[in-house]
Design a protein around this ligand. Structure first.
Ligand code: ATP
Length: 235
């Protein structure tokens, strides 16, 4: 479904990604783990067209997207939930969700998807008329994921959904990530510093160090890998 082949991405003269190749099949949850500054966020930004790669190829559903504009990439069904959530703070929860549906004009479908989201996250239903900026961190993360779902993505890119949240809220969000994957067959590419949690929900994983992929395997095998345990699982 998504294929990165030898991606090299730069910020000016600084090379952030080196020959990164990643393969994601439809229906999978794939995680990319790595230390601070390894290049995880840059990988997602290269995919969604925010920081296009200088060389290499990215294909989504068979079509090249590495030279496409971010909004065209969204139109093709690829949605990015950035780190730090970036919801619209002065719009209500309901208005934030409507913004996620801005490319759609099927009113009935939008209404149905909003109902589905309110079932997934009942707290958002309770807060539907409240300004996004007044929500708790966990609720804002739920809203950011929900807003992306309103665009009906085939592939959802999630950047550090656990960042800064309490353990109970993190658990809740990861349960929902699994549910979204299973119920709506949305493929998920999850970037996380919390490797333990990410590998528990993912089918497969990639490990990134200094802008390079150093290891890839099933999530189970990575959880059992001695090097991964030492470097990323705090064991
Ligand atoms: P974190 O979890 O801390 O966000 P990360 O794995 O997502 O880390 P990136 O944010 O992708 O890492 O950063 C990769 C490298 O690129 C780092 O060395 C970082 O300093 C550098 N970098 C990131 N953004 C920029 C930028 N806008 N300008 C210059 N260098 C940048």
């Amino acid at each position: 479904m998504l294929k990165l082949k030898n991606i090299n991405t730069f910020y000016g003269n600084i090379q952030a990604l080196r020959d990164v190749s990643i393969d994601i099949s439809e229906g999978e949850i794939i995680t990319l783990i790595g230390a601070n500054g390894a290049g995880k966020t840059t990988t997602l930004m290269s995919i969604s067209g925010i920081v296009p790669p200088r060389s290499g190829e990215i294909r989504f559903m068979g079509a090249p997207i590495h030279q496409s504009r971010p909004d065209d990439i969204v139109r093709q069904g690829l949605c990015h939930v950035p780190e730090g959530r970036r919801i619209f703070p002065y719009l209500t929860v309901a208005e934030n969700l409507d913004m996620g549906a801005f490319l759609r004009n099927d009113k009935e479908g939008i209404r149905r998807d909003t109902e589905y989201i309110f079932e997934l996250f009942p707290i958002l239903a309770e807060r539907r008329n409240q300004a996004g900026g007044t929500l708790s961190g966990g609720e804002q993360q739920m809203l950011a994921i929900s807003r992306a779902l309103m665009a009906q993505p085939r592939l959802l890119l999630l950047d550090e959904p656990s960042l800064g949240l309490a353990p109970l809220v993190i658990r809740q969000i990861f349960d929902i990530i699994r549910k979204i994957n299973q119920e709506s067959n949305t493929t998920i590419f999850l970037v996380e510093q919390n490797a333990n949690l990410a590998l528990q929900v993912a089918h497969r994983g990639y490990v990134m160090e200094n802008g390079k992929i150093t290891l890839t395997d099933s999530a189970q095998a990575l959880l059992a890998n001695e090097d991964v345990k030492k470097a990323y699982l705090g064991m």
